[in-house]
Write a protein that binds this ligand. Structure first.
Ligand SMILES: *[C@@H]1O[C@H](CO)[C@@H](O)[C@H](O)[C@H]1NC(C)=O
Ligand SMILES: *[C@@H]1O[C@H](CO)[C@@H](O)[C@H](O)[C@H]1NC(C)=O
Ligand SMILES: *[C@@H]1O[C@H](CO)[C@@H](O)[C@H](O)[C@H]1NC(C)=O
Ligand SMILES: *[C@@H]1O[C@H](CO)[C@@H](O)[C@H](O)[C@H]1NC(C)=O
Ligand SMILES: *[C@@H]1O[C@H](CO)[C@@H](O)[C@H](O)[C@H]1NC(C)=O
Ligand SMILES: *[C@@H]1O[C@H](CO)[C@@H](O)[C@H](O)[C@H]1NC(C)=O
Length: 778
């Protein structure tokens, strides 16, 4: 292993030969390959290696404008310079360019951006769109009075990136450090893909060729971008290799190359072809275009048509009552394909598809977002669903002049970017439930599109700092007039109240990787497209740059009947990672929670927002928040059960309380990567030398901590024959066992922050959850 890396302490990394992100990925290590996702820490490596252009920008920026303060010494001088040269306080113009990107890196231990401790009132202003015309996209001359999905703009490209945007792009790149850096990264990635052999066909059981399709889509997008930016035909030629490879004799069975029985694979491949066809239109000859159309119809659009005309039903299950990523991705891919060939296609397939997909997505896909903005499946599936949705809405807008309601039929869709932001702690995602397959072409850049369309500058400002922001869609979705600090004025807490999900997000800062973050969910155990766990009451906890209580993630998608059903007796609920014992919540009688759970919640917050003008944030006194869920209905043999969580002591400590009356035995469980030293009512956790003290307050008789392994109970029902649970290396379970009875179990988490002495910690008084208020523990 390379010496400049700081691998996880589990040494379980699966080193794959290449990064799905290419060498433009700050996580890619040439010498040792890419560290796949999984229960593994991101390698930490010297960001200077790839970050030189950014480093220079940031240093110039610091000199020009920001005053780099040290958080430890709490210096937060106001800026002596850094004013915008055009004086509008919006950070646009040359000074914006000089200041560079806000974070010094996106190469933190967990891949989150690192913001310098700096104060700059001009730069970190109110999130807004400035009226600086110099930085704005020109307006589109194609603006039909009564748009129709089958009436396309006269020029090419028509999908997501019309010609007038390509023409404007070089000048915008020259004036915007984000666009400029993304452009560089895309070329770096494209060069990597250029030098790699075409994607090799790999049918992964029931998961099909989804990885293949998404990787090919990612590559064709990058090659087509590089071609259009340089007009160098080497890029178009390489794209053509990939296009041909996907229909070659080496690639799948002759009759069904794009694997229609797992239709996501088909739809993503159609989207890949659509981008190539449309963006390379001027360089492909008529014969190439005809081949592409024929193959799209044979392997993708034709089967798609049969889904809607009823002639084939077995792979079209996603079209009825499916409000998850499947509906968005399948309708999205078919729509892009149909738009790309519309006018050239003489079979009527494109018209037919466009007459179906939009209504279908309006009735299904858009409802993937609940009334509070949460994605119904999981926080990880949000990436797939919103990518499909955003691509479809954006392509229809650019090609035909309308999104036909895809953006406003569900009025709450506009909140889904906040869902994504609040689901991220300072280390990583509150990644409950299944995590989904590899992402490749699925990113979080949908919120750049939503930010531009809904005029929510915070979305764009947030996402442009993230590590997955560099890809061709961002280049065209980004509104370069955006300015300010996304965190300025943003509440630290948010509560998501839809019955389906119900969850809370509370933190001590938006810009400090060491901040405290606690998120807890209630919600239903069904209605998530069978991607959830039996996990109501589950929580994660971040502090001091580390995740202390975390998730185990997906089981093996190829496990027997993993997705078959979410009924109480479903095979899914036999697997440890999906069972209640695999979550950070209470288990009663060693049994799973009930799928009929229907929790109710209450919450409160001081409403603290983070300051404008600086990345440095000091939590004021009495800045509190709490979330209480009544989880009684999730258990048999439980008379009452309230679980509450709150931040305390200027958000430096957390209290987790369970008020329960149960006729079954109770076990409190929390999964952690820490080494655990459990002694009586106290447990000391250690992760890489950082320490967390966990204490049972007012301990009920006999209550004490123990440590166990993240494995199924011996008295669990057997796994289906031949099936095994996944290993959870490096993870321990902190537990408390109690016999049937009535308890108030109060667990106090005290991260041992730098510079805090024992007298700085508080010991809250005992307050029943039914009496919790914002100020009940001051
Ligand atoms: C390209 O590279 C960047 C890093 O420079 C990475 O974050 C991004 O996700 C890559 N992927 C794509 C699809 O271009
Ligand atoms: C362990 O660390 C990994 C990151 O390396 C994280 O994704 C996971 O959630 C952690 N697991 C637990 C149980 O905290
Ligand atoms: C920044 O601009 C404002 C308004 O133009 C001006 O009042 C202020 O003095 C400037 N500050 C600095 C540090 O140049
Ligand atoms: C985009 O990046 C490529 C590769 O570094 C570079 O050659 C090109 O000039 C850049 N485009 C613009 C408009 O700056
Ligand atoms: C779709 O869902 C609705 C509401 O839950 C239900 O009434 C209807 O029967 C479902 N349709 C199909 C075809 O499953
Ligand atoms: C309740 O407890 C009884 C006795 O232990 C057990 O047989 C039953 O399965 C439990 N019910 C549920 C829903 O857990």
């Amino acid at each position: 292993m390379a010496t400049n890396t700081n691998y996880d302490y589990h040494s379980t990394e699966h080193a794959a030969p290449v990064s799905p992100y290419g060498s433009g990925d700050p996580y890619y290590i040439k010498s040792s390959g890419y560290i796949a996702s999984g229960p593994v820490k991101r390698p930490k490596r010297n960001w200077l290696k790839i970050g030189i252009p950014i480093a220079i920008l940031v240093i110039v920026g610091a000199v020009l404008g920001g005053v780099l303060g040290s958080r430890a010494s709490k210096k937060s001088n106001s800026s002596s310079g850094g004013n915008n040269s055009n004086g509008n306080g919006n950070g646009n113009g040359p000074v914006k360019n000089g200041l560079g990107r806000f974070p010094t890196s996106t190469d933190s231990f967990y891949g989150m951006p690192i913001y310098p401790s700096s104060t700059n009132s001009a730069l970190y202003g109110q999130p807004t769109f400035s009226t600086n015309a110099k930085n704005a996209w020109p307006s589109d001359t194609f603006s039909p009075g009564s748009p129709s999905a089958t009436s396309v703009r006269p020029d090419r490209p028509r999908i997501i990136a019309p010609a007038y945007r390509w023409n404007a792009l070089p000048n915008l790149i020259a004036n915007d450090p984000y666009l400029s850096a993304w452009n560089e990264s895309i070329f770096m990635n494209a060069t990597d893909y250029f030098n790699a052999p075409p994607v090799k066909y790999n049918l992964d059981g029931d998961s099909g060729i989804l990885d293949n399709s998404r990787e090919i889509k990612m590559r064709i997008k990058a090659f087509s971008y590089a071609y259009r930016m340089t007009k160098n035909t080497k890029w178009a030629d390489r794209a053509w290799d990939e296009i041909q490879n996907a229909v070659s004799s080496n690639f799948g069975p002759a009759t069904d190359k794009w694997n229609t029985k797992h239709f996501l694979d088909t739809a993503e491949m159609v989207a890949a072809y659509a981008i190539g066809y449309d963006w390379l239109y001027d360089v492909l000859n008529d014969d190439q275009k005809k081949q592409m159309r024929d193959n799209m119809i044979l392997y993708g659009l034709g089967p798609g048509k049969s889904v809607f005309d009823g002639s084939i039903v077995d792979f079209g299950w996603w079209k009825t009552n499916v409000t998850g990523n499947w509906n968005c991705v399948c309708n999205g891919g078919l729509t892009l394909g149909a738009l790309a060939i519309l006018g050239d296609d003489t079979t009527g397939t494109a018209e037919f598809i466009l007459g179906q997909t939009i209504d279908n997505a309006l009735n299904n896909c858009v409802n993937g977002v609940t009334t509070d903005g949460t994605w119904t499946e999981t926080a990880n599936y949000w990436y797939f669903g919103t990518t499909g949705h955003a691509e479809m809405a954006s392509a229809l807008l650019t090609a035909t002049g309308s999104h036909y309601g895809l953006l406003d039929r569900n009025a709450k869709l506009r909140d889904t970017g906040f869902f994504h932001m609040y689901a991220h702690g300072p280390t990583s995602l509150f990644d409950y439930g299944d995590h989904g397959p590899n992402k490749f072409s699925s990113t979080s850049n949908s919120i750049i599109f939503y930010g531009s369309e809904f005029k929510i500058p915070e979305y764009i400002l947030y996402q442009r700092d993230q590590r997955d922001s560099a890809e061709p869609w961002s280049m065209f979705w980004y509104d370069p007039t955006v300015a300010g600090a996304w965190w300025g004025g943003l509440p630290l807490d948010r509560f998501f109240t839809d019955d389906t999900d119900q969850w809370a997000s509370m933190r001590s800062s938006w810009t400090d990787n060491n901040a405290l973050y606690v998120a807890m969910k209630a919600g239903k155990n069904v209605g998530h497209q069978t991607h959830n766990d039996l996990d109501t009451g589950d929580f994660v906890l971040d502090a001091m740059g580390t995740r202390w209580a975390g998730e185990l993630g997906s089981g093996d998608y190829l496990s027997y009947q993993y997705f078959q059903s979410d009924a109480q007796d479903a095979a899914r609920w036999l697997y440890y990672r999906k069972r209640t014992e695999g979550q950070n919540t209470l288990v009663v009688n060693h049994a799973n929670q009930l799928v009929t759970a229907s929790p109710t919640i209450k919450s409160g917050t001081s409403g603290t927002t983070q300051n404008l003008g600086t990345t440095v944030f000091e939590v004021p006194d009495k800045s509190n928040a709490f979330f209480v869920a009544d989880l009684t209905s999730a258990y048999g043999n439980v008379t009452t059960f309230l679980r509450g969580v709150r931040v305390l002591n200027k958000r430096r400590q957390v209290l987790l309380q369970d008020d329960i009356q149960s006729s079954g035995s109770i076990q409190w469980r929390m999964h952690t990567n820490a080494t655990v030293n459990a002694q009586g009512t106290s447990a000391d956790l250690d992760i890489g030398g950082k320490k967390m003290q966990v204490k049972i307050l007012n301990a009920p008789n006999g209550a004490s901590f123990a440590k166990s392994d993240p494995v199924r109970y011996q008295d669990d029902p057997a796994l289906p024959q031949g099936q095994t649970d996944q290993q959870n290396p490096g993870v321990s379970v902190l537990t408390i066992d109690l016999p049937a009875g009535q308890y108030s179990l109060q667990i106090l988490f005290s991260p041992q922050w730098n510079g805090m002495s024992s007298s700085d910690f508080v010991k809250p008084s005992a307050v029943p959850l039914s009496s919790w208020t914002v100020d009940s523990h001051n």
